[in-house]
Design a protein around this ligand. Structure first.
Ligand code: NAD
Ligand code: TYD
Length: 341
């Protein structure tokens, strides 16, 4: 197959590209805008591999660019869309780009998939269900997004459904759990806490730190997307749970233990507005296709810590030129007013 992978220079997208190239004969074109979160370096190891690089092409561009997308889709057999703005805290500060890419950009991809009659796998999130205080959301649960990020993702899911019903577009939607692993931007909880711990900097835990997330290792997430590309039912929605639920406080303590740093680094800071208490999903539908997450959180975290310890150059570069302004805005006041946890 010839795949167009949008957002393929990001965290999960680049992992998908690496694993798909290695395990299939597919050729892949990555279309990525290289926002602050997208890094050419995430594909460098593949471009340097003589057996894989002939099947990989990189195009720098925006999924909102309909002419460019039409040209690339015309040369593809299927599209996998990872492109999005992905950080909840940034969506609270300003949501414009979340909506532009998540709704208008996705619309461009859906229209191109309709015109060329291609399969589109759209990568979504468990956050569309909102906070699940008890039990677990199944795919037909109501969407109840509570952050601007989650609202943009839910709008995208609804658009996929509308294009399936109205235009018969062969679209499959995945809803993955909180994902972690190598090459995740250092703004997100797991890499932020690992890199801060490495630098002996405080770990800012929002609120009481008892919010719960279900953790999915990035390789498992990427492999589920591959399976949905090959075998997902047209018009289907699939939850991808990690089956590794942890409270944030325990995640932070595990990171301090794995990095050998003192618990005094953990600081309670002002909470995120609208902070979802818990995410949880039922994964029976994808289990019936034969997928289940393989990695335990303890093993996956140990691998991830080692990766960040040995790839300092990567995360210093990933922070990018805007990092100190972002960190100042997001954490300076919080840390000044923080208390021991
Ligand atoms: P990421 O932020 O690391 O990567 C996003 C990529 O999309 C970047 O390379 C960026 O440059 C690119 N991009 C953004 N806007 C674009 C545009 N308009 N045109 C082209 N490229 C654009 O994100 P990630 O963590 O790899 O997430 C990938 C997808 O998976 C997202 O859709 C996200 O909502 C979803 N998801 C993420 C998680 C998670 O925990 N990370 C969990 C479930 C679902
Ligand atoms: P995050 O990685 O932003 O993912 P999401 O909000 O999409 O679940 O955050 C994971 C959890 O960690 C979430 O409950 C918010 C919390 N968190 C902190 O306590 N401190 C932080 O500095 C960050 C970035 C997140």
């Amino acid at each position: 197959m010839r795949l167009l992978v949008t957002g393929g220079a990001g965290f999960i997208g680049s992992t998908f590209v690496a694993r798909r190239l290695a395990r299939s004969g597919d050729s892949i074109t990555v279309l990525d805008k290289l926002t602050y979160a997208g890094l050419r370096a995430n594909l460098a190891h593949l471009e340097a591999d003589a057996t894989l690089s002939p099947r990989l092409t990189f195009v720098h561009g925006d999924i909102c660019d309909a002419d460019l997308v039409a040209r690339l889709v015309a040369e593809a057999d299927a599209v996998v869309n990872f492109a999005a703005e992905t950080h909840v805290d940034r969506s609270i500060a300003a949501a414009d780009d979340f909506l532009r890419t998540g709704v208008l950009g996705l619309h461009v991809l859906l229209a191109a998939a309709r015109d060329r009659k291609l399969r589109l796998v759209h990568v979504s999130t468990d956050e569309v269900y909102g906070s699940i205080e008890v039990g677990a959301a199944s795919e037909d649960a109501a969407l109840s997004p509570r952050s601007p990020y989650a609202a943009a993702k839910a709008a995208g899911d609804l658009l996929c459904h509308a294009f399936f019903v109205t235009h018969g577009v062969d679209v499959v939607v995945s809803r993955g759990a909180n994902t972690y692993g190598p090459r995740q931007h250092p703004e997100k909880l797991v890499p932020l806490f690992i890199t801060n711990a490495i630098d002996d900097a405080p770990l800012p835990l929002y609120g009481d730190g008892l919010q719960r997330r279900d953790w999915l290792f990035v390789d498992d997430h990427a492999d589920a997307i591959s399976m949905l590309l090959d075998r997902g039912t047209s018009g289907g929605v699939y939850n991808l749970p990690g089956n590794q639920e942890r409270v944030n406080r325990d995640v932070a303590l595990a990171i301090l233990k794995a990095t050998g740093k003192p618990t005094e680094l953990l600081r309670s800071v002002a909470d995120r507005p609208g902070h979802d208490r818990r995410y949880a999903m039922n994964g029976e539908r994808i289990a019936s296709l034969g997928w289940r997450p393989r990695m335990t959180f303890d093993q996956g975290l140990a691998q991830t810590v080692v990766w960040y310890e040995t790839n300092r150059d990567w995360w210093l570069r990933a922070r990018g030129p805007g990092w100190s302004d972002y960190y100042e805005r997001q954490y300076a006041r919080r840390l000044k007013e923080s208390t021991p946890t």
